[in-house]
Design a protein around this ligand. Structure first.
Ligand SMILES: [Mn+2]
Length: 330
């Protein structure tokens, strides 16, 4: 499966070799895969080309900045720089955009390719995570050019894969994902300490989780949602990013096929949609969003438009249940 991508791996590697200044970006509100893919890219280049100037860009996240911290950059830093963006589906989501049209841009991602903003676009939607894709890229370079992977890169990639697969629980976990994970844990890092650290949440978020379980609503058969207002977030002292991390908690509810969080961000409502079967990224695209078939995001203008989204989601789920002849338990 890696064969289709060898030309792109090759092109990217040549660009890396040619450039002495490389700046690596990720998406806004970074998750473990954003950190993992960006940080591992940095480590792989640093390990094999120590003479190059490398910078990682993007706002630090309090829950993940134990991994590494990013530096402040100015427009000056981008002169003659190659820019690599990992795990970021579309241009507006790139965190930090001080680069210009003069910068050669490489996109490395695993989301459906709606916006190929790169000069080179390495997009593989078959992998679980951008971290898995970076490992495939490394593996190719290792065979052909004896490129090395260090312990820090292995740790970051492992974390990214664990994050995007929900600890190997989601259906994006493939044979290759597990093979890659088994290669990564051969490196020297403390896996269980890392996972424990990822699990740690503040007391605010812990209490907010109780709010999630108390306040979600079942919209109709197979569909649930939770509305989160500004007042709710103020009450628990959590921000929209922290709220989003809870969306998978509803996953284990009996008879649930698709669900979402609607988070009030003042001038708009951001919607996090998850599914256990029905394809929801086409629905998300209808509402100014997109993503993976079973995990997407959308944006609606107000609560009225959110009701429309819920209606559409209910239709998608009802069709799915009918097509697959699924009878709900209750
Ligand atoms: Mn990802």
């Amino acid at each position: 499966m890696t064969t289709n991508y060898e030309n792109l791996y090759e092109e990217i590697f040549q660009k890396i070799k040619e450039n002495d200044r490389i700046i690596i970006h990720r998406h806004e509100r970074p998750d473990p895969d954003a950190y993992g893919s960006q940080g591992a890219m940095y480590q792989i280049i640093k390990e094999n080309f120590p003479e190059k100037t490398l910078i990682t860009v993007g706002k630090d996240s309090p829950s993940l900045d134990f991994l590494f911290k990013n530096s402040e950059v100015t427009e000056e830093d981008y002169k003659e720089a190659l820019v690599i963006v990992t795990d970021t589906a579309n241009f507006p989501r790139i965190d930090g955009k001080l680069f210009t049209k003069n910068n050669f841009l490489i996109k490395i991602d695993h989301h459906p390719p709606l916006d190929n903003y790169g000069s080179i676009n390495l997009v593989d939607t078959e992998v679980s995570s951008c971290s898995e894709l970076i490992y495939n890229f490394y593996k190719y370079l290792n065979k052909k050019y004896n490129i090395k992977l260090n312990d820090e890169a292995a740790k970051l990639l492992y974390l990214g894969i664990v994050g995007d697969t929900g600890r190997f629980l989601f259906p994006n976990t493939s044979n290759n994902t597990l093979k890659v994970a088994s290669e990564l844990i051969k490196y020297d890092f403390n896996m269980s300490a890392l996972l424990d650290k990822m699990e740690i949440i503040s007391e605010n978020i812990m209490r907010f989780r109780a709010f999630i379980f108390e306040n979600y609503d079942v919209y109709q058969d197979g569909v649930a949602y939770l509305k989160i207002t500004k007042e709710d977030m103020d009450k628990y002292g959590v921000d929209p990013g922290e709220v989003s991390t809870g969306v998978n908690l509803l996953r284990s509810l009996q008879d649930l096929y698709a669900w979402c969080f609607a988070i009030d961000e003042g001038n708009k409502v951001r919607v996090r949609i998850r599914s256990k079967g029905p394809v929801i990224n086409t629905l998300a695209e209808k509402y100014a969003g997109g993503g993976h078939p079973l995990a997407s995001g959308a944006t609606v203008k107000n609560w009225e438009e959110f009701d429309d989204l819920l209606d559409d989601m209910a239709r998608v789920v009802a069709e799915y249940l009918k097509e697959n002849n699924i009878k709900l338990e209750n």
